[in-house]
Unconditional design. Structure first.
Length: 354
């Protein structure tokens, strides 16, 4: 396998994510009408009535990284419409090596062959001492990674005449070293690639794959539509009748610490946390601003947590509370048992009856 899959940088991780597994070959799967997916969902429907599609954006496009990448920054979307060499030349861009190679001045350093990828840097640092330098020299590793990712264009490994703008382009000194005209051209091409030219293609991708999956069972389906969301996603979800996901601890609105379910749109599923968050207990212990989250003071947090809404949920030595309710409520725990916060919270809230 020469590629891996991940997610581009976002508010929570400026380096993106590299999950380390290969990209799905949707073209190959389509030859039998996605039989593996349909069989899996048909089997699941014997036991479940609802399920969530994690990272549903992958059915529109996926963030693909080269095999030599460690972080998730220097990737490209698959599938996507690349910038062609002819297109770039028409824009006055001809110095492709200058833009595709790490922009490092002589007064900095030049990478040797055995250190010119992220994985090679990791390997080299491990060789430099009995104890892995990654444990004590994270700053050194990260600085070297920043240097090697200091590019503005990424050349397609399968077609040298195709290029992709590097994500978080304006963070690079490579871009800042260009003249003003070249900067503006590069920024415009960046915006076009990430936010305009792909919309129709990505909608078509999703409409090829998702209906086959949805029609294979009668389970209720929720799509995890978090992160960098293209404009084409929500119209497709709406057309297919798919529920969206809202995580209270990961609000999309700026300046908001904890989402309020009553303010979420219809056709969404709400939960206080997900697999990308710590447990609710950890949140209660570590967060300082309890009133802002609708919680009581920290002195009483292990005894009682109050949230706006309706319903009481208690935990005891005899049983764990089954958190299945449409709404919000008061969560209580006894002194004789684990607090409710120690139970992974999967409370589902659907905004259909407001």
């Amino acid at each position: 396998m020469t590629t891996s899959t991940g997610a581009p940088p976002d508010y929570f991780d400026k380096n993106g994510q590299n999950w380390g597994f290969p990209t799905h070959n949707w073209e190959e799967m389509s030859k039998d009408n996605y039989a593996w997916w349909r069989a899996r969902l048909t089997q699941m429907s014997k036991y479940f009535t609802a399920y969530r599609i994690d990272h549903i954006l992958g059915f529109f496009r996926i963030w693909e990284l080269p095999e030599h990448a460690v972080t998730g920054l220097v990737g490209k979307f698959r599938s996507s419409i690349a910038l062609s060499q002819e297109e770039l030349k028409k824009e006055g861009i001809w110095d492709f090596d200058r833009r595709c190679c790490p922009y490092i001045r002589q007064e900095m350093l030049q990478f040797k062959e055995d250190c010119n990828t992220e994985k090679k840097i990791v390997s080299k640092l491990k060789e430099c001492g009995g104890k892995s330098w990654l444990e004590s020299e994270d700053n050194l590793r990260n600085e070297l990674f920043d240097l090697i990712k200091n590019v503005v264009l990424i050349r397609d490994p399968e077609d040298a005449r195709k290029f992709y703008p590097r994500f978080s382009l304006e963070d690079t000194s490579n871009l800042q070293a260009l003249d003003d005209h070249s900067k503006n051209v590069q920024k415009r091409l960046y915006h076009d690639y990430y936010f305009q030219r792909q919309e129709t293609l990505w909608s078509e991708n999703a409409m090829k794959t998702l209906p086959a999956l949805l029609n294979s069972s009668d389970m209720l389906t929720c799509g995890e539509d978090l992160g960098l969301i293209p404009n084409c996603v929500h119209p497709v979800l709406q057309d297919l009748g798919l529920l969206g996901l809202r995580i209270q601890r990961m609000p999309s609105e700026s300046g908001v610490e904890f989402g309020i379910p009553s303010q979420y749109s219809h056709m969404t599923v709400c939960a206080p946390s997900c697999h990308d968050c710590s447990t609710m207990r950890a949140c209660a212990v570590n967060v300082g601003n309890f009133p802002a989250l609708g919680f009581v003071s920290s002195e009483r947090r292990t005894h009682k947590i109050t949230t706006r809404g309706r319903g009481n949920y208690q935990s005891s030595n005899e049983s764990k509370t089954l958190l299945e309710t449409r709404g919000r409520g008061n969560y209580q725990s006894s002194n004789e048992s684990k607090t409710l916060l120690e139970i992974p919270c999967t409370c589902i809230i659907r905004n259909f009856d407001e």
